[in-house]
Design a protein around this ligand. Structure first.
Ligand SMILES: Nc1ncnc2c1ncn2[C@@H]1O[C@H](COP(=O)(O)OP(=O)(O)O)[C@@H](O)[C@H]1O
Ligand SMILES: [Mg+2]
Length: 347
C-alpha cells in the first residue's frame, strides 16, 4: 500500500539514555519517508519541542523517541493537548507500559505469565538479598538493558551487595527484583492494521557472550538474530498469543514489541513476558523491521503502515487527513480501502 503524500514531523533524540538509538530510528524513518515522497521535518527534541511542533504544523507526527519523556506518556499528553495526530501508543498506555511493575499489575491478573518478584528500596540490598540468588535487579522505566544487574550465587557484587559495588543501586533509589529466568531470549512484534493488530514473528536473540546488555544490543555482530526462532511450534504460538494479548490489553497502537525469557527445560510453563516496548527500535536493522521484512513488508512499507494506523486510530481526523492529502481518489477518503494488509505467516 502507498499512503497519500503528507507532511510528517519525525520526533527523535531527546535526552534519555537511549538518545543515540532514537536518532538512528528517527533518521532511518525520515529517510524512508522522504524516499517515498513525503515532506519530512526532523525534530531533535529539546525543551522547546512544543514550539517546534507548532511551527512545523505537520499532518502527523512519527514518534521515534525511546525512553523518557518520549515513551512514558509525557510527550503523548503534550501532543494530545496540541491536537496533533501521532504514531504509536497514547498517554495512558505509555504510562503503564514504560513501568515494568505497572505492566505486571495490568497483565498478570489477565493470565499473562510474567516473572514474580517485588520492588525494593536500593538501601535494603546492602543488608540482605530480596530474593534467593540468582536474581535480577533493574530500574522500572529504563530501556536497552540500562541498569540491569544479574546477581548470582557466587557473590558477584558482594554478599550482601556492597555499597561500593558498581550497579544500578548506586543510581536508582528503588529497583525491581525478579527471579532470574535461565534459558533463552525471544521477542515478538505486533503491528496494527485496519484488520486489527497481528503478531509478526518470533526472533531469538543469541548474545555471543554474557547477557543481552546494551553493548550486545547495539554493537554489530555481538548478537545473532535467529528469525524465525528455531523453537517448538507451541512456544512460537504462545509468544505470538501473549504478545498480541498484551498489546490489546494495554491498548497499544501502531506497533509494540514484547520481550520474553524462555526456560527451555520447562516447556511452555517456562515462558515469561519481561516487558512490552511501546516505542521499539526502528533503525533499519532493528528487530521490528527485521520481522516485518520476513513477513514480506519493506522498511518503508512498515513506516507507512504505522502512520496509516495512527490516522485510522484518530478516526475522523485520520479520514479527513487522508481525504485532504489524497489525490482526489475516493479510496483515500475512506481510510480503509487503501489500507496496509499484513501477510502474517501461518503459525
Ligand atoms: N527476570 C529476568 N531473568 C533473566 N534475564 C532477565 C530478566 N529480566 C531482565 N533480564 C535480561 O535483561 C534484559 C533487559 O531486560 P528487560 O526487562 O527486557 O528491560 P529493557 O530491555 O527495557 O532494559 C533482558 O533482555 C534479559 O536479557
Ligand atoms: Mg527489553
Amino acid at each position: 500500500m502507498t499512503l497519500p503524500k503528507f507532511h510528517i514531523a519525525v520526533l527523535m533524540g531527546g535526552w534519555s539514555s537511549e538518545r543515540p538509538v532514537s536518532l538512528m530510528s528517527g533518521n532511518g524513518v525520515a529517510d524512508a519517508l522522504e524516499a517515498r515522497g513525503h515532506r519530512v521535518t526532523r525534530i531533535d527534541m529539546g525543551r522547546d519541542v512544543a514550539l517546534k511542533l507548532a511551527e512545523a504544523a505537520p499532518d502527523v507526527v512519527f514518534n521515534a523517541l525511546h525512553g523518557c519523556p518520549g515513551e512514558d506518556g509525557t510527550v503523548q499528553g503534550m501532543m494530545d493537548l496540541m491536537g496533533l495526530t501521532y504514531t504509536h501508543s497514547g498517554l495512558a498506555t505509555s504510562v503503564i507500559a514504560i513501568d515494568k511493575e505497572l505492566t505486571k499489575q495490568s497483565l498478570v491478573p489477565h493470565g499473562i505469565p510474567m516473572p514474580g518478584g517485588r520492588m525494593v528500596d536500593s538501601e535494603e540490598l546492602y543488608t540482605r538479598d530480596p530474593l534467593p540468588r540468582p536474581y535480577v535487579l533493574k530500574p522500572v522505566n529504563e530501556g536497552s538493558s540500562v541498569g540491569v544487574a544479574i546477581v548470582t550465587e557466587d557473590g558477584n557484587h558482594g554478599n550482601p551487595i556492597s555499597r561500593d559495588a558498581t550497579g544500578p543501586w548506586q543510581e536508582f533509589p528503588r529497583l525491581l527484583a525478579e527471579p532470574f529466568i535461565r534459558g533463552r531470549e525471544l521477542t515478538t512484534a505486533v503491528l496494527g492494521s485496519p484488520q486489527g493488530p497481528a503478531a509478526l514473528m518470533v526472533t531469538e536473540l543469541k548474545p555471543k557472550s554474557g547477557f543481552y546488555d546494551f553493548d550486545a544490543k547495539y554493537t554489530d555482530g555481538l548478537t545473532e538474530h535467529v528469525c524465525p526462532a528455531e523453537i517448538p511450534d507451541d512456544i512460537t504460538r504462545a509468544c505470538k498469543d501473549i504478545a498480541l494479548r498484551a498489546h490489546e490489553l494495554l491498548g497499544c497502537r501502531g506497533t509494540s514489541r514484547s520481550d520474553f525469557r524462555w526456560d527451555d527445560s520447562q516447556g511452555v510453563e517456562g515462558l515469561f513476558l519481561l516487558e512490552v516496548n511501546t516505542q521499539p527500535g526502528m533503525t533499519p536493522l532493528s528487530l521490528v523491521p527485521e520481522q516485518a521484512r520476513h513477513c514480506g513488508m519493506s522498511y518503508g512499507e512498515l513506516v507507512e503502515a504505522i502512520i496509516g494506523d495512527a490516522l485510522l486510530c484518530k478516526a475522523g481526523i485520520g479520514e479527513a487527513l487522508l481525504g485532504k492529502a489524497g489525490t482526489g481518489d475516493a479510496s483515500h477518503t475512506t481510510g480503509t480501502a487503501d489500507a496496509p494488509h499484513i501477510e502474517v505467516p501461518a503459525p
